[in-house]
Design a protein around this ligand. Structure first.
Ligand SMILES: [Zn+2]
Length: 109
C-alpha cells in the first residue's frame, strides 16, 4: 500500500485540527463578549460554549490519533492490527486513516 499519500493526508488533517484548536482555544479563553443580561441569550451563549468545547475535545482527540498513526507508519506497523496483529484492509485504512485495528477487532470493541 502507498503510504506517502496517507502521510500527506494525515498531516493535512492534523494542520486542520490544529487550526481548529487555535480557534476553539481563543473562544474558550479569550472571550470578549460580556455575558448577556438576557436569559435566552445566556442559554444561547452556554450552548455555543458547549459546542465549542465539544469541537475542541474532538480535535484534540483526533490529533492524538493522527500522531499515533504517524508513529505507527514510522515504526512500519501501520498496516498491522494493534490487537490481533493481522493485516488491516487497505479500504479500511483509506476510510479511517488513523485506525489501529482491523475490522474484526473494531467490531468486537
Ligand atoms: Zn485485529
Amino acid at each position: 500500500m502507498e503510504l506517502v499519500g496517507i502521510v500527506n493526508e494525515l498531516q493535512a488533517r492534523r494542520l486542520e485540527m490544529k487550526s481548529r484548536l487555535e480557534r476553539t482555544h481563543k473562544h474558550i479563553h479569550e472571550k470578549e463578549e460580556p455575558v448577556s443580561a438576557n436569559f435566552s441569550e445566556q442559554i444561547k451563549q452556554t450552548e455555543n460554549d458547549q459546542l465549542v468545547m465539544a469541537l475542541d475535545a474532538e480535535a484534540a482527540a483526533e490529533i492524538r490519533q493522527i500522531d499515533a498513526a504517524l508513529k505507527r507508519i514510522d515504526q512500519g506497523v501501520y498496516e498491522q492490527c494493534a490487537s490481533c496483529g493481522s493485516q488491516i484492509a487497505d479500504a479500511r485504512l483509506k476510510a479511517i486513516p488513523y485506525t489501529d485495528c482491523c475490522i474484526d477487532c473494531a467490531n468486537q470493541q
